[in-house]
Design a protein around this ligand. Structure first.
Ligand SMILES: [Fe+2]
Ligand SMILES: [Fe+2]
Length: 205
């Protein structure tokens, strides 16, 4: 756990956390958190590339969806990274998603599959380990990410069905909580149901 004489890690991009002494974390939770950090970074870049391919295919709403989810994944990566503080170690990244550039309809399928890996295997297992090891901060960071991934998978599946039918994703706005990455589709949020963030903390695509 982080030493008590430093500021608590906050999920806030304006806060620079200074670690005054070596932080401690159970090795298995730390390794899982590094793997999650790596997976989220990769997802963010992958979705950014796939957004640009959707734009090429004249699918502006799928482009928005990939941009919004890329932002959400970057938020997860940010939060996992700051949770790690100065805990050092090797990073082995488990990622259950497709690689490369194909057609947008394939990207949506691969994206839904990658989210499924996180929802069904990766995060539930990592959260259990963190809970068992009493690592509250990492556990919370991963639980928040898990909630967003469930929405991402649902939106990717909807978008895939729309593109399969020859259309584009719905043109309703997509809101991303800049603090925890939770993603909402449709009406503007009153607050984040996962972390309680205010409407001004959401970025709309
Ligand atoms: Fe996701
Ligand atoms: Fe949030």
């Amino acid at each position: 756990m982080p030493p008590e004489n430093i500021a608590e890690v906050e999920c806030n991009r304006d806060v620079c956390v200074v670690w005054e002494e070596m932080a401690e974390m159970h090795e298995m939770t730390a390794a899982n958190l590094r793997s999650s950090y790596g997976g989220e970074c990769m997802a963010s870049v992958r979705y950014t590339v796939w957004a640009s391919k959707a734009a090429n295919e004249d699918l502006p709403n799928v482009e928005r969806l990939f941009k919004a989810t890329a932002h959400s994944e970057q938020t997860h990566a940010w939060n996992h990274f700051t949770q790690l503080g100065n805990v050092k170690g090797e990073a082995m990244v488990l990622a259950g998603a497709g690689f490369g550039v194909g057609k947008t309809v394939d990207h949506l399928e691969w994206a839904a599959g990658g989210e499924g890996f996180e929802i069904e295997e990766m995060y539930p297992a990592y959260i259990l380990v963190a809970e068992r090891q009493g690592e509250k901060g990492p556990m919370n960071s991963m639980m928040k990410a898990l909630e967003a991934e469930k929405v991402h998978q649902e939106l990717f599946r909807k978008a895939k069905a729309a593109v399969d039918a020859g259309g584009d994703f719905e043109d309703t706005p997509i809101h991303v909580c800049d603090l925890c990455g939770f993603t909402m589709h449709g009406d503007a949020p009153h607050e984040c149901p996962v972390c309680g963030a205010k409407p001004e903390d959401f970025v709309t695509y």
